[in-house]
Ligand binder design. Structure first.
Ligand code: TYM
Length: 328
């Protein structure tokens, strides 16, 4: 069975971009692959995050993932910092990566640009991400479009390590969905929807009520024209609504666009589709939030399993690079 691995930062509320771009593929993947999913709390430390908020969001993210359909008895679901192999392998890979290739990462340039002092970890972030992936002999990494460059780096590091030290890592492939791989902010359709930097009215959380979803979609920025066509460059707001409806219904955005002659009815149908999809997810989130101990117990079991899965690749890498064997 193919191994799939992916991760998500506990840096804010899960939103429909995360859902369509990644989590929906994770749910489908757990039935047909050996699936490992990680809440990457260490990655969230690269930006300023309040310790109490990080703690709460780590559990909330797990609840959101389980409510979306991940079954911790079927997949392996765990918190990154509970498996120390991630940081250990990250160091070995940092000694394989170059400063130049990390500095060129677009997310480093974007996230670092408005900060007075940039954390060193923002630069090395994609190396930790490569370690996450390579530890599990991963074949496929289901992610949204914004992670494409990071997966490319993980591949480059695996190939370089293998050629320098001998065959050690499986070289992974990105798996990016054909639709809604980059859901945009409803208020600023030139920016992606984001947990950490999105606008409140432009971000639809998977836990939003029907009223909140309706309000946000109705106020979504479109343009001064009125014709409905799928043209992401000229009409990013309308294209985003069409992408969302396409992701929810499986129909092509062009085919959907041909049925509408005004923005109002399009928005009404986007609301209906999202409410139908998210109502059961929200109900499950509310249920699980009353009993966080169940999810925490599942995460504990997940970490023990992930630790066992990770150790062969870490041992191979340690031996290949020349570290002496440790006792135990
Ligand atoms: P993160 O936490 O930003 O996002 C989690 C997943 O959601 C996808 N995503 C989106 N997809 C479509 N439209 C959007 N607006 C949108 N926003 C987010 C992301 O592409 C991602 O798949 N670096 C990663 C976390 C990570 C990881 C890994 C992923 C750490 N280690 C190893 C895969 C494998 C991140 O910050 O994702």
């Amino acid at each position: 069975m193919a191994r799939i691995f992916s991760g998500i930062q506990p840096s804010g509320d899960l939103h429909v971009g995360n859902y369509f771009g990644a989590v929906r593929q994770w749910v489908a993947g757990q039935a047909v692959s050996d699936a490992v999913y990680c809440i990457v709390d260490l990655h969230a430390l690269t930006l300023d995050i309040d310790p109490a908020a990080l703690r709460a969001r780590t559990v909330d993210t797990a609840i959101g993932l389980v409510a979306s359909g991940l079954d911790p008895d079927v997949c392996t679901l765990f918190v990154q910092s509970h498996v120390p192999a991630h940081t250990e392998l990250a160091w070995l890979l940092e000694c394989t990566a170059s400063y130049g290739e990390l500095r060129r990462m677009t997310q480093f340039k974007d996230k670092g640009k408005d900060q007075e002092s940039v954390r060193a970890s923002l630069l090395t972030y994609p190396v930790l991400m490569a370690a996450d992936i390579l530890l599990y002999d991963t074949d496929r990494v289901p992610v949204g479009d914004d992670q494409r460059q990071h997966i490319e780096l993980a591949r480059d590091l695996a190939i370089r390590f293998n050629s320098r030290y001998g065959d050690t890592f499986v070289v992974p492939e990105a798996a990016i969905p054909p639709r809604a791989a980059r859901v945009m902010d409803l208020q600023r359709p030139e920016n992606k929807m984001s947990k950490s930097t999105g606008t409140p009215l432009g971000t639809i959380a998977i836990a939003d009520s029907a009223d909140e979803i309706a309000k946000k979609v109705r106020r979504a920025v479109t343009d001064t024209e009125s014709d409905v066509r799928y043209d992401p460059a000229a009409k990013p707001g309308v294209a985003n609504l069409l992408e969302l409806l396409s992701a929810a219904t499986g129909e092509e955005p062009d085919t959907i666009a041909a049925r509408y002659h005004a923005y109002g009815p399009l928005k009404a149908d986007v609301v209906e589709a999202l409410v139908e999809l998210l109502t059961p997810v929200r109900a499950r989130i509310l249920e699980l939030s009353d009993d966080p101990a169940t999810v925490s117990a599942a995460l504990e079991k997940g970490a023990a399993k992930a630790g066992r899965l990770a150790s062969p690749a870490l041992d191979r890498a340690r031996a290949a690079i020349g570290l002496t064997a440790r006792a135990g």
